[in-house]
Design a protein around this ligand. Sequence first.
Ligand code: DC
Length: 220
Amino acid sequence: MINVAIDGPAGAGKSTIARAAAKELGFIYVDTGALYRAVGVYCLRNEIETTDAECVGAVLDKINVELKFIDGVQHVYLNGDDVSTEIRLPESSMAASNVSAIPSVRAFLFDLQRDIAAKNNCIMDGRDIGTVVLPNAKVKIFLTADPEERAMRRYLELKEKGSTVSYDEVLEDLKVRDYNDSHREIAPLKPAEDSVTHNTTGKTLDESIKMIINTIKEKM
Ligand code: DC
């Protein structure tokens, strides 16, 4: 199977770009952040403190997370419930970032990610795909952009969905998540040594998509 790993901070455009590239190549697109978000949503629903490793670790055996691909679109199920919309709420983002720093949570989601990659040609995006989950991925890309631009993209996306959150709040949340994701002890966000870094600041989505597809085709 051919596996492509795309890692990078929140709002760098990973999901939109990876989805478009997957479509072009006929691969499935796997958004691994959705898995951490589903665990975060479980904790929020059950009032479990997402920064408390012991409490979160103790409920993992009550959590079943599944990914299903319907017409090429990924749906996330938490104990049988489709939570694909709920996982995108801002509170779910922070909960995901918090639970993702807990080693037992990462171990819990590891096999699921590896299984999907073993069975499918896929583009998988996340924070540690090239470094930890798929160290032998054929292509590894580290996608980034300046925080202000990433926050603006995220803000516009949320606003379009009817959210009343302010740009400043989005920027602040993003900086906290960047810090958490790149400073945690386990599988921190960082480029894999053999990755190609692309910075999408100032680039249109189309330009970024073309750039990534070219890199993937060259490496394949
Ligand atoms: O990509 P995202 O914003 O949906 O991810 C949500 C959180 O999950 C993010 O703050 C960090 C965590 N995450 C991770 O630790 N490892 C991954 N492979 C994907 C996401």
